[in-house]
Design a protein around this ligand. Structure first.
Ligand code: SF4
Ligand code: SF4
Length: 136
């Protein structure tokens, strides 16, 4: 069965970002999507706003639809968008990152941090201008 990547994006950032770079990175299989097979599908959603407490509710509704999507939970990997896990031109990493990550793991979904990796942002991380990539 093909894999399903679920990208969760920062609700605050999506007020001004259409998420095109996340989508492009997925289709081009770059950044954190480099190792997915060609038939992998994806969908995106936002965290629902601070403090991320709606994430498990959203994942619960997704879980109910998985059968219709011909997927099982094991086919799904949740990615937290790069703007959630890393400093960017938009903002610092999400202050609720550990909380959100813990909820996703508690729901039993595989979790990966990041989506697109911008060359410029990576240079700034390497130079210590941006905070390092967060861990959970
Ligand atoms: S990682 Fe970039 S493209 Fe994706 S939601 Fe965040 S700011 Fe937008
Ligand atoms: S909880 Fe984090 S990811 Fe969600 S809107 Fe707030 S800062 Fe953004």
């Amino acid at each position: 069965m093909s894999k399903l990547v679920v990208i969760i994006q920062c609700d605050a950032v999506t007020k001004r970002c259409a998420g095109a770079n996340c989508t492009w990175a997925f289709y081009k299989r770059t950044g954190m999507f480099a190792d997915y097979p060609p038939d992998t599908q994806y969908m995106s959603m936002t965290c629902g706003g601070c403090c991320g407490a709606h994430v498990p509710e959203k994942l619960a509704t997704l879980e109910h639809k998985l059968k219709r999507l011909e997927k099982t939970k094991e086919d799904v990997t949740v990615h937290l968008s790069t703007c959630m896990v890393s400093e960017s031109k938009h903002r610092l990493p999400c202050p609720f990152l550990k909380y959100i990550a813990a909820q996703i793991k508690h729901k039993g979904f595989a979790l990966r941090l990041g989506t697109r990796i911008s060359e410029l942002a990576q240079k700034k991380r390497d130079a210590g201008i941006y905070k390092p990539w967060a861990s959970v």
